[in-house]
Ligand binder design. Sequence first.
Ligand SMILES: Nc1ncnc2c1ncn2[C@@H]1O[C@H](COP(=O)(O)OP(=O)(O)O)[C@@H](O)[C@H]1O
Ligand SMILES: [Mg+2]
Length: 239
Amino acid sequence: MTTTNTLLAVNDLHAHYGKSHILHGVTFDVGQNEVVSLLGRNGSGRSTTLKAIMGIVPPTQGSILLNDRQLAKAKSYEICRSGIAYVPEEREVFANLTVDENLRMGEQAAKKGATQWTVEDMFAYFPRLKERRNVKAGSISGGEQQMLTMCRSLLGNPLVILIDEPTEGLAPKIVSAVGECIMDLQRKNVSVVLVEQKLTIALKVSSRVCVVGHGQIVFEGTPQHLMEDEKLLADWLAV
Ligand SMILES: Nc1ncnc2c1ncn2[C@@H]1O[C@H](COP(=O)(O)OP(=O)(O)O)[C@@H](O)[C@H]1O
Ligand SMILES: [Mg+2]
């Protein structure tokens, strides 16, 4: 992996749910063409980190820079328009629209420097969606809805995409298709922040991994360094 330019820099990010202090100074960055995974136990603060970056849970302290533009106080729609896409854990499809119509809803003209994706590109990744293109999104399987949500976000041509547990509940064959898609994003100039419970997938697709523990980054390094650190794995990932 060659050295990359920083695209997204998160520094000392704090977040609260009411009085509960959840993020205690999360710091990490994502370079151009990088896939960075956030790993950790359930409840460690991975999803909250993604939500805080998107302004869905407003950060109470800290800085979020996308290409040197400060987003820590920006509204979610501004963050989205500045080039960050978010695929939440919950599948979000328009149930009464067809698969194809759902995809068309996501289409936007690419900003400078971003890849222009087409609906046909999405069908090439996920032929199953092509087969189901005229079916109402409410009637396709959960796994297919997951793919659809991810594809719709990509059609907004983001610079960086935050993806929360995309392979949760998917059949093994689709899990590997999602893995392929994520690696291809990197090749096509889209950076990725991935929250992934399946360690094998995360290690395969990531250029770097961050381990989240109690709302902080407790390790940052290559997948190889992580696998060599047995104490870290035992303490923070329970493997
Ligand atoms: N909407 C919420 N209200 C209050 N507490 C929450 C909410 N969402 C998450 N939490 C708490 O915040 C902590 C971090 O959660 P989360 O970021 O979802 O963890 P992860 O994605 O790593 O499993 C957990 O202790 C969880 O119970
Ligand atoms: Mg989560």
